[in-house]
Design a protein around this ligand. Structure first.
Ligand code: PHE
Length: 338
């Protein structure tokens, strides 16, 4: 019987050492130590032995049982470690692979131009003001001396929200909102979105404007010219020529339009300036006395100037962008150039 037990032991140890998976180890455990296992079978035969040999045999059998159990446990640890090692190998990150980059965004060209222009005026002492994009007809037209029958009030130019309420067609209504709340001296710029029923290569139904308003005592057209020339030279360059043409706006008197020498041909004449050498860039003038009356300002004591221009147009001229739609299409290939 001892021999039989020794044989079983050797068999078991060999199988255990060869086993490469925990499943297999479990099978081996059942095969040798289970209820119907080989050791158990031997132990069952103990009863057939003479009484004095039974305790000795019993203890040998238990010893062998323990040896098998221990070696199963040892092998189990070995396999487990190997499996963990294998998993680590498989899941290892190759840090030499090029990573996925996450593109960093930047300011939209309109915002870049807007903040560049804003900075120029802030350096001159202007403050930033803002107002609603959904505006009453009173602020958008009436208080700016734009009578009911003025062509600018025509439904073809203006988006009406409901009677008496429009999407503001310019940033000028903010002039009135500021003057109602502030006593002179006033020096504000108003960047903001405006809306007009218009859509082609140089017009978008929504675009950005910058309004300027300065009110104080002894303000003349020369102050307006000086301020705008300073701005143009800062923004477009010192070599840029400027000219003023008489114009009409209901809310300024006298009124003018300002041109700059063509940014493309430098005044020689090209397709962009329609061979004139000049580009129209803004409207301006001295604040109309009627507007001061609406604001509650003493129009004998105070004078002021105002101007307004398209920020999108400034961006287009500065960077030779052929269509305003490019600014709003959100095509990254285009936007990433700025
Ligand atoms: N509001 C005018 C426009 O939109 C521009 C302007 C502003 C003209 C201020 C004169 C004074 O065309």
């Amino acid at each position: 019987m001892i021999k039989e037990l020794e044989k079983i032991k050797e068999q078991a140890i060999k199988k255990i050492e060869e086993a490469q998976s925990t499943d297999l180890l479990e099978q081996i455990r059942v095969e040798f130590l289970g209820k119907k296992g080989k050791i158990t079978e031997v132990l069952k035969k103990l009863g057939t032995l003479p009484a004095e040999e039974r305790p000795k045999m019993g203890s040998i059998a238990n010893e062998i049982k323990e040896i098998i159990t221990n070696s199963i446990q040892e092998q189990y640890q070995i396999i487990l470690e190997k499996e963990i090692q294998k998993k680590i190998e498989e899941e290892k990150i190759d840090i030499t692979l090029p990573g996925r980059t996450c593109g960093i965004g930047h300011m939209h060209v309109i915002n870049q131009v807007m903040s560049e222009i804003t900075d120029i005026f802030i350096q001159m002492g202007f403050q930033i003001a803002s107002g609603p994009e959904v505006e009453t007809e009173y602020y958008n037209f009436e208080s700016l001396n734009t009578p009911d029958d003025h062509p600018a009030r025509d439904v073809h130019d203006t988006f009406y929200v409901k009677p008496g309420v429009v999407l503001r067609t310019h940033t000028s209504p903010v002039q009135m909102r500021v003057m109602e709340k502030t006593k002179p001296p006033v020096a504000v710029i108003v960047p903001g979105r405006v809306y007009r029923v218009d859509n082609d290569a140089s017009h978008s139904p929504m675009f950005n404007q910058m309004e300027g308003l300065l009110v104080d005592e002894d303000i003349t057209f020369a102050d307006l010219k000086g301020t705008l020339m300073y701005f143009v030279h800062k923004f477009f360059g010192e070599e840029t020529a400027v000219r003023f043409r008489p114009h009409y706006f209901p809310f300024t008197e006298p009124s003018a339009e300002m041109d700059i020498s063509c940014t493309v041909c430098k005044g020689k004449g090209c397709r962009v300036c329609k061979n004139s050498g000049w580009l129209e860039i803004l409207g301006c003038g001295m604040v109309h006395p009627r507007v001061f009356q609406y604001a509650g300002y003493d129009n004998e004591k105070y004078q002021g100037y105002a101007f307004g221009f398209g920020i999108d147009r400034m961006a287009m001229l500065k960077f030779s962008i052929p269509s305003i739609n490019l600014l709003f299409d959100n095509n990254l290939k285009f936007l990433e150039q700025f």
